[in-house]
Write a protein that binds this ligand. Structure first.
Ligand code: ATP
Ligand code: CA
Ligand code: CA
Length: 162
């Protein structure tokens, strides 16, 4: 069996419930995934919600993982952790309030366009609430479609067709 470890970056967000406890718990769950280590975690930052209706401020963070899972397996595991925190997509509005949102931002230099999985995350480059924490832990990670670093993306608002 050949194991190929990949450095992956994820975004974490919560704007319902005990946000800090939820993010901390989710990180502990991620650290317990098979063949997966949490390498570093950003500070938790408070951000204004982008989405419909009045909703509470978010607590956002980014984390760097090292994993032998593939991208689809990692996303499936992240979605299961969301569900374990009571998230039910069928009952929520797009970009509405949620206890836990886990997005797969980067998976090494892998590019995927599958029905349930787009990597890099298609909106990461236009979101300060993603780029600011990510730049604090992985400034040199490169977006494989845009060919620019996270630090560069965080320093300018990228308007690019990808
Ligand atoms: P956004 O994607 O704009 O951040 P969101 O996080 O609120 O919005 P969700 O409802 O959490 O969107 O996710 C919708 C679907 O996106 C999920 O069911 C998941 O299968 C799919 N998806 C595709 N690519 C990714 C990715 N890279 N990370 C997370 N989810 C993804
Ligand atoms: Ca999201
Ligand atoms: Ca999501």
């Amino acid at each position: 069996v050949t194991c190929v470890s990949t450095t992956a970056h994820i975004a974490l967000g919560s704007n319902l419930g005990d946000r800090r406890a939820i993010l901390t718990d989710a990180l502990a769950q991620i650290a317990r995934l098979p063949a997966t280590a949490v390498v570093s975690v950003s500070a938790f930052i408070e951000t204004k919600p982008v989405g419909p209706g009045p909703q509470g401020d978010y607590l956002n963070a980014a984390a760097e993982l090292l994993t032998d899972l593939n991208a689809a397996e990692l996303l499936a595991a992240l979605l299961a952790i969301e569900r374990s925190h009571g998230r039910d997509r069928a009952r929520e509005q797009r970009w509405g309030a949620r206890r836990l949102d886990l997005d797969l931002l980067l998976f090494g230099d892998v590019v995927i366009d599958a029905p349930g999985l787009t990597v890099p995350h298609p909106r990461m480059h236009e979101r300060a609430f993603v780029l600011e924490p990510l730049a604090s832990i992985a400034p040199n990670a490169v977006h494989p479609r845009l060919g620019i670093s996270v630090a560069a993306m965080a320093g300018v608002v990228v308007h690019a067709a990808v």
